[in-house]
Design a protein. Structure first.
Length: 256
């Protein structure tokens, strides 16, 4: 097939005009393309920020639910059904399920705290924190705490709490769904209650509550980390309650 021969310019001036038009057209195209690329990049950044924020909000949960007997920023009352004797001290125990020292503290004194509370000799409030998730980058403290308060709906908070410490996941290590399920099984959550518990855990139902308790703890002037024991508003030196007998004596003295 024959190729069409272009019509030559009528003059040298017209040739310059055509050359200039070609040059300007290419420049304009480059500007348009660059502008489009820039706009697309901006949109991508905005979408990325929005997605990241939505993921963060989803991860932290949206529920403002609190466990029975508690309120935002306040501790959870253990053994609330027990009628405590008049004048017994109120013990506020601050802990983080990821804290290894809390695990040691629980092994040494946890059962004593619980026995005294069950006997009505003290009022025990658990302040379960999650600051170690931020410190270590692990998803550990928060899911364990949320699981414990989901268990509280079935009256199994204490059993779940004790199960977590009995097989505590190492600091800096993520808590898995299998870990949570194992603790629920140890706590005796079964049947319909287990189904309800699983949904509660999946929905991060008590995550905001846990975070509120964590934030409130760090506003206490005497708070220095976990574990912390406060009896009737006074922070107790842990070396003064290093044994069950010593703890019992401190509690007895507090009631005098």
């Amino acid at each position: 097939m024959a190729k069409k021969t272009p019509t030559p310019p009528a003059s040298a001036r017209q040739a310059k005009i055509q050359a200039a038009q070609k040059s300007q057209g290419g420049g304009a195209n480059k500007i348009v393309v660059a502008t489009v690329v820039a706009v697309v990049a901006i949109i991508a950044v905005v979408v990325g920020v929005v997605w990241s924020q939505s993921q963060k909000e989803a991860a932290s949960g949206t529920s403002t639910a609190v466990p029975a007997g508690a309120s935002m920023g306040k501790g959870y009352p253990a053994f609330a059904s027990v009628q405590a004797a008049a004048g017994v001290p109120t013990v506020d125990l601050y802990e983080d399920f990821q804290c290894p020292i809390c695990g040691q503290f629980e092994a040494a004194l946890g059962s004593t705290f619980q026995s005294l509370a069950q006997e009505g000799k003290l009022k025990l409030n658990y302040h379960v924190l999650n600051f170690l998730d931020d410190k270590t980058g692990a998803k550990n403290s928060t899911p364990a705490a949320n699981g414990a308060f989901c268990a509280a709906a079935d009256g199994k908070f204490q059993q779940f709490h004790n199960a977590v410490y009995a097989s505590q996941v190492a600091e800096g290590t993520d808590v898995t769904d299998a870990d949570l399920a194992r603790w629920a099984g140890t706590a005796g959550i079964t049947g319909n209650a287990l189904t309800t518990w699983k949904k509660c855990v999946a929905d991060d139902t008590y995550t905001k509550y846990v975070t509120s308790v964590n934030d409130a703890a760090f506003k206490i002037p005497s708070f220095g980390g976990t574990p912390t024991v406060i009896i009737d508003g006074k922070t107790i030196e842990l070396n003064t309650i290093s044994s069950p007998d010593a703890l019992t004596k401190v509690i007895q003295n507090a009631t005098k």
